[in-house]
Structures are given as C-alpha cells and as structure tokens.
Design a protein around this ligand. Structure first.
Ligand code: C2E
Ligand code: CA
Ligand code: CA
Length: 568
C-alpha cells in the first residue's frame, strides 16, 4: 500500500473518529478474518471500567452491562455469530442498554450493530456503535422506562412493583410469597452528614445488591418505594428469605465507606385468606411496615414479622378510625375533670379537662389508646374543639346554677399549632356560652422538634393577647428546657413528677425540682405539680414552696357530677 493511500485512510479514520466523538459515540469493531477486537480509545472518555477483550468475545459481559439489560445487549455484542448477507440488515440491530461507567455507576447507551460485507458479499467485520444517551432523557424509551422504573436506582418503581407482585401472587397458586419491606437505619443522618450524592450512591449500591440476589427470572418482584425504602415479593419455595436477608446485610456491611450501614426489615407472609379476599399488595406492604415499626430505633433487632399482636392492634386502630366520627356526633366523648388542689388546705382551686371515650360496645377507652391515632390523622383538632365547647358548656351550667367556678384548663394538642382557625373557634365558644376568660385556660406541650417552638410561642402569645392563661404542660418531660421557658410566654408551669421520679429518697430529682421552683418564682410563674401520688411528695413540695398539686393522692380524673360533689 502506498504511503499516500495509508495517509488517506488515516485521515479518513481521524475524521470518522471526530464525527463519532461529536455524536458522543465510540466504536467497537470485530474482524471475522483476524478474530481481533478493536476498542476505540474514545471509550475512556465515558467508561472508566477496563474491558477485557477476550471476555467480550466469549460473551462474558457481566462487568460491562447492567444486569437487567444483559438479555437485550447479548445479541448485539455477539461476535461469534456471523449474520449472512440476507439477514444482517433486517434484524433489529439497535437497542438502549445501561453500561457500567464506573464501579456501581451506569449510564444509558444506544448500541447499534452494523455488519460490513466484503466484495464476495460475505461478512467481513462487525461494528458496534456505543452512543451515550444519558443526556437525552426525553427519548421515547426513557419515557416508557421512567414510567416503570425508579429514576435513581433503575429498580422498578412502586407502581410497577404493585402490578408485578399482584400478578405473581394471583398466577402462582402453588407458590407462597413473603412481602419484605426494608429501609436503612438512620439514612437521613447518613445523607445529612455525607451529602445527598453519597446517600444516592449508597441507595444505588443497595439496589444492585438486591438485584444480584433476586433474579427476575425466578419470578420475584422488587422495587424502591421512595427515599431509602425498598420492597420485595419473594417466592419462599425458591428462596430462603432468611438467607437473602443475611446475604444482603453482609454485602451492605462491606460497603466501602467509613460509616456503618444497617438495614431493617419488616416481613409479612401472604396468607390464603389474603388471596381469597384479594387483599391489595399495598396493604400487604403496610403490614410488613407495621412489623418493621415495632423495631424502629432498636439497635439489636433488625427484622420483625407481622404477628397476632400487631394484627390486634391494627384492628383496634381501625375500629377507632371507623367509629370516631359517630362518636363525636353522638357525643360519646366526655369531659372528666381532675381537680387541682391547694396542698395546705386540701381545697379544690381548679381542674384539668381530660377526655374519656364512653364507647357503646367497648366501654371506657383511655385517651392513651386514641389520642396518638387522632394526632396522626389530624382528628385531634376536632376533638380539642369539642372539648373546648363542652368545657364552656359546663362552666356556663355552673354559672347558671350559682355553683362556685374554678378555672378549668383544656389540653391543646401540638397538632393545633398549625391550625389557623383555633383562636377563632375558642373565641366563638367563649362568646356563645358567655364564659369569663379567667375561667378557661389552655395547656400546651412543647414539641419534640425545636423548629416548632416558634409556632408554640406564637400560639401562646396569641392566647395571652386574648386574655387566656397559658400553661406549659409536662415540664421536665425531656422536650422542654429552661431555655424555651425563657422564650415562650406562659403563665403557669406544670411539672410532672412522673418524669422526675421525685420522692423522699431521690436527692438529685428533688434538687432539680427545688431549683425549677425557685427559678419559676423568680420569673413570676405559677406552678402546678402533677402526678402527686403520696404524702411524702406533698410534704416535700410544701417544704420547697409549692402550693398547688394535681394527682392521684388527691383525685383521679372524675365525672363532672363527682367533681361538683367534692367542692366546698
Ligand atoms: P396530660 O395532659 O399530661 O394529662 C395528665 C395525665 O396524667 C392524665 O392521663 C391523668 O389521668 C394522669 N395523672 C394524673 N394524676 C396522676 C398521678 O398521680 N399518677 C399518674 N400515674 N398519672 C396521673 P389521661 O387522662 O390518661 O390522659 C393522658 C394524656 O392524653 C394527657 O396527658 C393528654 O396529653 C392527653 N389528653 C387527655 N385528654 C385530652 C384532650 O382533651 N385533648 C388533648 N389534646 N389531649 C388530651
Ligand atoms: Ca395536660
Ligand atoms: Ca401533663
């Protein structure tokens, strides 16, 4: 070959490479004659993983192509198959697949296979163009892909999972399935400390590890639900879920970063009844979640099964949810009063309104069983409004009958901090029943989240401008601090002995209470001590200058009639 010709060919190749680079493409070429594979050096621009030529020729592409796309990529990267002149052009010779660009990182590439024929119309070489498509997310494939996949991890998304798991369960009557819900312990702390990018890398890593362990061909389903939450539907005749969990934990604990990653699992085994009643998969995930919730914050136990206790509790909860509206309408909620007593004389000088649910079938239900549920679904705002109204009604009755009136404090849940209508509602009832404002006051509890304190401050201040007294409830429970006391305008401090376990023999707790009382006196705050259960406590409290107590030593929460009997 003349030098002239070689230069021409080289020029031609350079031009081609330039064009390909411009198109974000590199080429891999295999010659059927020499049996050699050529990899365009431009590949390095996109892919930091080394490619083993012989492995590629041998169709070993696990390190090259992201696992779920291997079946799609294989025919395009098959260098042993020699297409004949007739069929090499009418076959589908292009597809989108994900190629590993780095460890645990992949990007979309379009693979296009072109077969070149020699003068005798026989295959001479095959070229595969790799075109980087990651930027071109708007392509049709991507749209379809994103409808079914989770953008970050490329696992199926929750919609796809629900459909797929339902199909598996419905179509495989002889197989038993377990629904597993998984998340990462303190994931928010991890991404808070190491950044969102690092958090995302961890999620992708875990997604790959799940996929390596659960083969889609084995009729399993899995997905990332959101954030750090994953779900799986696993056939338990094919897989041991215990082993899967163990192996996944092992893989994840080897995550090459200097922080510990711990996974938590909630497990639910799909029953015959679930299948008969066609319980939707989303409900089954909820059950796995309920199981998982029982070990939240437990550093020793990382898996939990849904069991009878959880079922019973869920049934109780759903009963409460289905009966609550009727209960409100039919006034099954009752105001009980727990007197506040002047310790020196034993005389009642006020009370706290505490709700009791008199259920027509279940009898009296304690607020501990329903208040947390109402706080979760917001119904507590309705209940608090109801309690305000009925307390106003009671005070009106006392005023009308000439009974001596001592102030009643009503609890306002912290969910109300965001209720803009609250003050308006309070004023409406107070006006409707013409209750002088010194007779009704409000107990607020500090929130566990310090960010909420500004709202609490605002609410307390608003109540005070409307001439209502504000009590800070549960002072000493751990949420409240001396600092917030300085910030939040309150009139009365309620110290709960239960949080301080005071008694004649607890020197430290007694010392704390003593100082809190001194400080409250200095700040001009009135004090009520709650949870007073015995004579020793009363004596101690009197000694350090407290006057008013509320507790079982004097009265339990009692009905309005009983309260009235105990006056004078
Ligand atoms: P809380 O506001 O701290 O109410 C005081 C609780 O302590 C009451 O429980 C009362 O019965 C109990 N208690 C009083 N004295 C003693 C004592 O000497 N020893 C012990 N061990 N306990 C004592 P209860 O009535 O079961 O209420 C529990 C919680 O439910 C209340 O705690 C309050 O947070 C909430 N709650 C009750 N009624 C309402 C309401 O109408 N609205 C709102 N938002 N929450 C309410
Ligand atoms: Ca209270
Ligand atoms: Ca309290």
């Amino acid at each position: 070959m003349s030098e002239e010709k070689i230069r021409r060919i080289e020029d031609e190749l350079r031009k081609k490479t330039m064009i390909l680079e411009e198109l974000e493409t590199f080429v891999v070429e295999y010659s059927f004659q020499t049996k050699e594979l050529y990899i365009d050096p431009v590949k390095e621009k996109y892919i930091r993983v080394a490619w083993d030529k012989q492995a590629m020729i041998d169709k070993k592409i696990d390190n090259l192509v992201y696992r779920p796309d291997i079946p799609t990529a294989k025919p395009l990267l098959d260098f042993t198959k020699i297409e004949t002149a007739e069929n090499c052009f009418n076959k589908r010779n292009s597809a989108m697949v994900r190629i590993f660009t780095d460890k645990h990182k992949y990007a979309w590439f379009r693979l296009t296979r072109i077969v070149f024929l020699n003068e005798n119309k026989m295959p001479d070489k095959v070229a595969v163009l790799f075109t980087n498509m990651d930027e071109k997310a708007e392509t049709e494939q991507n749209l379809k892909f994103y409808a079914e996949k989770d953008i970050l991890t490329h696992l199926p998304n929750i919609t796809a999972f629900l459909a797929q798991a339902q199909l598996l369960i419905d179509n495989n009557a002889d197989e038993d399935y377990e629904i597993v819900r998984m998340d990462i312990d303190r994931f928010r702390v991890i991404s808070g400390m190491f950044g969102i990018e690092e958090g995302n890398n961890l999620l992708k890593f875990i997604a790959v590890k799940i996929q390596e362990r659960l083969d889609e061909e084995d009729e399993v389903a899995y997905c990332r639900i959101a954030s750090d939450i994953f779900a799986m539907c696993i056939p338990i005749k094919k897989y041991s879920v215990d082993e899967f969990i163990e192996s996944l934990c092992r893989a994840v604990s080897a995550y090459p970063k200097n922080y510990e990653v711990t996974l938590a699992f909630g497990r639910y085994q799909v029953t015959k009844e679930d299948r008969e009643q066609k319980v939707p998969v989303s409900n089954l995930i909820d059950r796995a979640a309920a199981a998982q919730a029982t070990i939240k914050g437990n550093y020793l136990v990382h898996t939990a099964f849904y069991d009878k206790n959880i079922r019973r509790q869920e049934e109780a909860e759903s009963m409460i949810l289905s009966d609550m509206h009727t209960a409100l309408r039919e006034e099954q909620f009752q105001v009980f009063l727990q007197p506040k007593v002047e310790m020196g004389t034993g005389k009642i000088i006020g009370s706290e309104a505490l709700v009791r649910w008199l259920h027509p079938k279940r009898g009296m239900i304690s607020p501990a069983d329903f208040i947390p549920i109402f706080e979760k679904n917001g119904f507590i705002m309705e209940l608090d409004k109801y309690m305000i109204k009925h307390t106003c009604k009671i005070i009106r009755k006392w005023l009308d009958e000439g009974t001596v009136v001592y102030p009643v404090s009503v609890n306002l849940s912290r969910v109300n901090l965001y209720n803009t209508k609250l003050i308006q509602d309070i004023e409406e009832y107070v006006n409707e029943y013409q209750v002088p404002r010194e007779y009704i006051s409000f107990e607020l509890t500090e929130s566990a989240f310090s960010a909420d304190n500004s709202y609490m401050k605002m609410l307390a201040a608003k109540l005070q401008t409307k001439h209502f007294k504000v009590l800070m409830d549960d002072f000493g429970s751990g949420y409240s601090s001396l600092n917030t006391l300085k910030e939040i305008p309150v009139d009365i401090l309620k110290i709960d002995l239960k949080f301080l376990s005071a008694g004649s023999d607890n020197e430290r707790a007694n010392l704390i209470i003593k100082h809190v009382v001194e400080m409250a006196n200095d700040l001009g705050l009135f004090i009520v001590v709650e949870g007073v259960e015995n004579k020793e406590q009363v004596q101690f409290l009197l000694d350090i200058g407290c006057r008013v107590a509320q507790g079982f030593y004097y009265y339990r929460p009692i009905t309005v009639e009983e309260y009235e009997k105990n006056l004078n």
